[in-house]
Design a protein around this ligand. Sequence first.
Ligand SMILES: [Zn+2]
Length: 148
Amino acid sequence: MKAYKVYAINDGTVIDHIPNAKALKVIDILGLENKGILTIGIGFSSAKMGKKDIIKIENKYLKKEETDKISLIAPSATINIIKGGQLKEKRKIELPGEYKGIIKCLNPNCITSVKDVKTRFKIVGRSPLVLRCHYCERIIKSGEVEIL
Ligand SMILES: [Zn+2]
């Protein structure tokens, strides 16, 4: 693994290839403020992306629900799992087939707005992202996404 200008971590997760200036948004949706040591790099040069952001999270490995959330903001991101100072796993963020309990349905009459039902959204368009509510079929475009 390439050495970055920010210090290396021994155990945890590195989220790389985040679009520039989106790192803080990623931290926000993951609820990582005040949850341990974070290193944030903003505006690194990237051959592929021009500029990119990087987040290092010590002693934490992301759950599927968390990488699903990241896919809403940074679908190009890569996840690096570091254990004992070694890169153990590197994977790309993947758009899930369905987002469960992550996105708010904007239809106030939807059963998920009225009752305690987990929202479910299917992906109907990928670039740009377009989602459809499983229950009321309301279409939500990427600019309208509200994360729960
Ligand atoms: Zn709905």
